[in-house]
Design a binder for this molecule. Sequence first.
Ligand SMILES: CCCCCCCCCC(=O)SCCNC(=O)CCNC(=O)[C@H](O)C(C)(C)COP(=O)(O)OP(=O)(O)OC[C@H]1O[C@@H](n2cnc3c(N)ncnc32)[C@H](O)[C@@H]1OP(=O)(O)O
Length: 156
Amino acid sequence: MPEPAFQDYYPENVSHCYGCGSLNALGLRIRTRWEGDESVTRFTPRPEHTAIPGFVYGGLLASLVDCHSTGTAAAAMYRQEGRAMDTLPAYRFVTASLHVDYLAPTPLGVELEVRGRVKRIEGRKVVVEATVSALGKVTARGEVVAAQMREGFGQV
Ligand SMILES: CCCCCCCCCC(=O)SCCNC(=O)CCNC(=O)[C@H](O)C(C)(C)COP(=O)(O)OP(=O)(O)OC[C@H]1O[C@@H](n2cnc3c(N)ncnc32)[C@H](O)[C@@H]1OP(=O)(O)O
């Protein structure tokens, strides 16, 4: 049995996200785990994720960086406290800022590897930098500011 992914610990009421929600049948349903100090997601884009024939749509790459990084932010907070992700209080993070640089065309039809590193944790905010690689070459680089969800998120 593979080790559980960060997303396996998301409760049902926040498991509908297009990028990372296990309950979103049409979503990407990414799965992220620690490999040492780095977090890793592996994902193979599908034909509908095409930008130009043979190459991956940039919005898909941004989605991967986004959800990979918010998951990493939550996992990093637990790790900092030496706690398992199924313990309370729960840490849930949403995207405050998402930046992606596209360095080279990303080929379709191969597994992509997203690798994240925590740059800093400051109060309710975690900054994560991530790379997307195809066939061992980094094709996109991103940085995400993830902010801890407040109670009543989205209420105005
Ligand atoms: C299991 C749970 C997760 C499952 C779902 C994951 C989904 C992840 C992917 C997504 O798509 S999430 C959806 C897209 N994101 C949103 O809809 C968020 C909309 N924005 C907000 O709700 C609020 O603006 C936000 C929660 C991000 C921040 O508001 P808060 O009132 O909670 O916090 P605050 O404004 O005090 O900011 C907290 C810190 O973040 C910083 N910050 C906020 N917005 C920023 C920004 N845009 N750029 C850089 N830093 C930013 C802010 O400066 C501050 O840093 P400091 O503590 O150092 O002062």
